[in-house]
Design a protein around this ligand. Structure first.
Ligand code: FCB
Length: 456
């Protein structure tokens, strides 16, 4: 049994709004970029959309019972911006705020602490129509939205996360085009990354100005360690470029107060970086109370020719790396390599890189495997056991780890993969919306109860 975690360690599960809520046009909700993107032919597997998803918006009381049955300490969920502000700013939809109020009140009744994420990739389409995250104004709109939600729930919610994985919202959405809004750009994607960070900083500043004692503010970042496939200097340099794009582009300004210089040398040809204003770094690097990290796999990187020979026409994703050469290790049902030690590395790297790093939560970790008929998901249990042990190893090594959230409570809309891949501790039969806890649900519940009884 685990002993390396500190007293007060929080065990939880995580979800996000677009992936579970459904009710896309209910109670005045405006469209988000994922509503639009998911209707583009070929964008999402099988043409799936989040219109219904797990219908959590209508079945949330049942889902609260599932959380209570799990006996988690905490539940991480996100708020849908376009449920609160259907046009992204301006008119507030009270029915949207009321939904989240009911949800947090019910969680607190059950003794479960809400961890609110304000942005999990679902930008209001109305803001995308004005340039989305390429546009500096979107950062200010985000701070206004954060203020509204904070005012509505701040008397009872103490954990406030601004963004989930800004790398995905910027580089995957605006450079790779695999996620909404499906753009393939250079300059636009790097501007989006900066404006997301600026929006984070402005939102934290606005919420702190009205914060109650004990409230905490943080951000969630995906932290795949980047491993060169050989010790050839070209592969090492490629791994360094990937690490800069994925991790240091975000962590250096947040925790080190400056952008990595390599970003300019990597992308000088596709952007002039004039979107960075002199005052921005001070806003972005204001101290945080926690950082969440999401870990699923390590990236194995080899040097590769650029896909677009003309540097001026490259997307921000085309940095001359190949990420397809995977090591000979087991894979999940999505093909992601299973490397629990990568979680230890992700945590210890972060701690080693930034002396002023705040306490850390693992805010997402989980996997997909094909279901057996009895939902006896032994592989998922093994995956979770091994990754929790890897997190514990980091805590034992001195990383200030405060909690672990399994992704995810429910099967859900897995972005461009649609409903094919199932991350839930609870199985959803989509035609009937019947919820069935898998064996991993029962295992996690037992594990949490036992972990609490071991003195830290
Ligand atoms: C993360 C996302 C989350 C989920 C998992 C599998 O990158 O934050 O919404 O899709 O991957």
């Amino acid at each position: 049994m685990t002993t390396g975690f500190p007293a007060g360690f929080r065990w939880g599960v995580a979800t996000s709004a677009y992936q579970i809520e459904g009710a896309a046009r209910q109670d005045g909700r405006g469209p988000s970029i994922w509503d639009t993107f998911s209707t583009v032919p070929g964008a999402v597997a099988s043409g799936d959309t989040g219109d219904v998803a797990a219908d959590h918006y209508n079945r949330w009381t049942e889902d609260i019972e599932l959380l209570a049955g799990l006996r988690v300490d905490a539940y991480r969920f996100s708020v849908s911006w376009s449920r609160i502000l259907p046009n992204g700013y301006g008119r507030v939809e009270q029915r949207g705020l009321d939904f989240y109020r009911r949800l947090v009140d019910a969680l607190l009744d059950k003794g479960i602490e809400p961890f609110v994420t304000l942005y999990h990739w679902d930008l209001p389409q109305a803001l995308e129509d004005h340039g989305g995250w390429r546009n500096r104004d979107t950062a200010s709109r985000f701070a206004e939205y954060a203020t509204i939600v904070h005012e509505a729930l701040g008397d009872v919610v103490s954990k406030w996360t601004t963004l989930n994985e800004p790398y995905c919202s910027s580089i995957v959405g605006y450079a790779e085009g695999r996620h909404a809004p499906g753009a393939r750009e250079g300059h636009g994607a790097l501007a989006a990354a900066h404006h997301l960070l600026l929006g984070h900083g402005l939102a934290v500043r606005a919420m702190r100005a009205n914060a109650r004692p004990g409230q905490e503010f943080g951000i969630v970042l995906n932290q795949s360690p980047v491993v060169p496939v050989t010790d050839d200097p070209a592969d090492i340099a490629a791994a360094d470029r990937q690490d800069c794009l994925l991790r240091r582009q975000f962590t250096d300004p947040l925790f080190g107060s400056a952008y990595p210089g390599e970003l300019t040398s990597m992308f000088g040809a596709i952007t002039d970086f004039s979107f960075r204003h002199a005052e921005d770094l001070a806003i972005i690097s204001a101290p945080l109370d926690y950082v969440g990290i999401n870990y699923y796999y390590q990236l194995h990187v080899a040097d590769a020719p650029h896909r677009e020979p003309d540097p001026a026409k490259r997307t921000a994703h085309d940095i001359g790396v190949d990420t397809t050469q995977l090591p000979d290790v087991p894979r999940t049902g999505m093909g992601w390599p299973v490397e629990p030690a990568g979680l230890t590395t992700a945590l210890t790297d972060l701690k080693a890189r930034y002396p002023r790093l705040p306490p850390i939560y693992v805010t997402e970790n989980g996997c997909v495997y094909p279901d057996s008929s009895a939902f006896a998901d032994v592989d998922r249990i093994t995956y979770l056991q091994e990754h929790i042990a890897a997190a514990e190893a980091a805590a034992t090594a001195g990383v200030p780890l405060r909690g672990y959230f399994c992704w995810s409570l429910l099967d859900n809309f897995e972005w461009a993969h649609g409903y094919k891949h199932r991350f839930g501790l609870v199985h959803i039969d989509y035609p009937t919306q019947r919820r069935t806890p898998r064996a991993s649900y029962h295992w996690y519940r037992g594990f949490i109860s036992a972990a609490r009884q071991v003195p830290a």
